[in-house]
Design a protein around this ligand. Structure first.
Ligand SMILES: NC(=O)c1ccc[n+]([C@@H]2O[C@H](COP(=O)([O-])OP(=O)(O)OC[C@H]3O[C@@H](n4cnc5c(N)ncnc54)[C@H](OP(=O)(O)O)[C@@H]3O)[C@@H](O)[C@H]2O)c1
Length: 305
């Protein structure tokens, strides 16, 4: 009998990382080593949590030599878009320098590196984008993520880069996403001004986790665009959240991006064409209606526990 695959997941407390942990625990016999700067707990003996300090490259090297993972999945990143604009040094470290280290280490320990990136590598002039479209980032987050994905794709190790956009799904108490923000505003009876000129195809974290599982099973390398099956603006997404979660739509009003005066520029016509992933990985990606209904059931089940 073959030994189960050894997987190292970096950024275990990210939204995408949590979904990967949930799926792999339920549907695989793989041994999962989860690295996080946050203290996390497990009930499973196949999941081993390890606290890490992203700035300690020696520690990272020692851990990889000890674990010898077959696959390394990196979901860790500085994802606060305005924060990256303001704290460029920190953003470059998390999104580029750290990723370069991972690429080097994955080569040394002969692991396949799977890394997450974003549609913010594009300028948003003519999305949704295919894998063949030319990146042209307009904010520091996008620039740093593009440099990070290049470091992975140009390394000689086996590697895969997954670009995704507007991620939502089941969250833990200390995580937040757009769906949870809309629900919380509604619970507090707060009005919401939501942009109607930023387009994307929101992506369910469970679909991303399944994509990673298929990439591992099929040993796929290269670039994949992964996004959901509804192309919509953020205001339309908020209205659909209100519809599926039975919230008061009158709290939601449309506005335009320029009125927010944000530190970082946003790509307006963003989003990712998922045809390659759909065809090659055999996954039917969720529409926002399907994803939100699934999420509502998951949240309901947790509240019943
Ligand atoms: N969320 C989206 O809408 C979206 C859209 C497109 C692409 N992506 C990409 O998908 C991946 C996962 O995104 P996510 O939304 O699941 O991530 P997230 O929830 O924002 O979590 C990111 C994790 O990265 C780790 N981290 C390392 N350095 C950090 C720093 N300087 N600041 C903050 N966190 C840091 C932390 O993990 P630990 O606490 O476990 O150490 C943190 O929980 C990222 O590569 C992101 O760029 C996300």
């Amino acid at each position: 009998m073959n030994n189960p695959l050894r997987i190292a997941l970096i950024g275990g407390n990210s939204k995408v990382g949590s979904a990967i942990t949930r799926l792999f625990e339920k549907e695989t016999d793989w041994q999962l080593h989860v690295f996080s700067s946050t203290l996390l707990h497990t009930s499973s003996d196949r999941i081993i949590y390890k606290l890490i300090d992203y700035a300690n490259s020696k520690m990272l090297k020692e851990i990889f030599f000890e674990v010898r993972p077959d696959f390394i999945i990196n979901t860790a990143a500085m994802t606060n878009v305005d924060g990256c604009e303001e704290n460029r040094k920190e953003a470059w470290f998390s999104n580029v320098t750290f990723v370069e280290q991972l690429a080097r280490l994955s080569l040394i320990v002969e692991s396949h590196l799977i890394h997450f990136s974003t549609d913010y590598v594009f300028d948003g002039a003519k999305g949704p984008y295919t894998e063949q479209d030319q990146p042209n980032p307009i904010c520091y987050y996008g620039k740093s993520k593009l440099a990070g994905e290049n470091a992975v794709l140009k390394s000689h190790a086996n590697n895969t880069v997954i670009r995704t956009n507007v991620v939502y799904g089941l969250t833990t108490n200390d995580q937040s996403d757009f769906v949870q923000w809309v629900i919380k505003c509604h619970e507090a009876n707060k009005t919401m001004n939501i942009v109607n000129d930023q387009l994307s195809n929101p992506t369910l974290t469970d679909d991303l986790a399944l994509s990673v599982k298929r990439i591992i099973e099929k040993k796929r390398c290269g670039l994949y665009h992964i996004g959901g099956n509804s192309y919509c603006n953020r205001y339309e997404f908020a209205l659909e959240i209100a519809n599926i979660f039975h919230l008061d739509e009158s709290l939601i009003s449309p506005i335009q991006t320029h009125s927010l005066n944000q530190k970082a520029k946003r790509p307006l016509r963003g989003g990712l064409i998922n045809l390659k992933a759909h065809t090659d990985l055999g996954i039917q990606y969720s529409t926002i209606q399907e994803g939100l209904v699934r999420l509502r059931h998951q949240m309901h089940a947790i509240n019943q526990e």
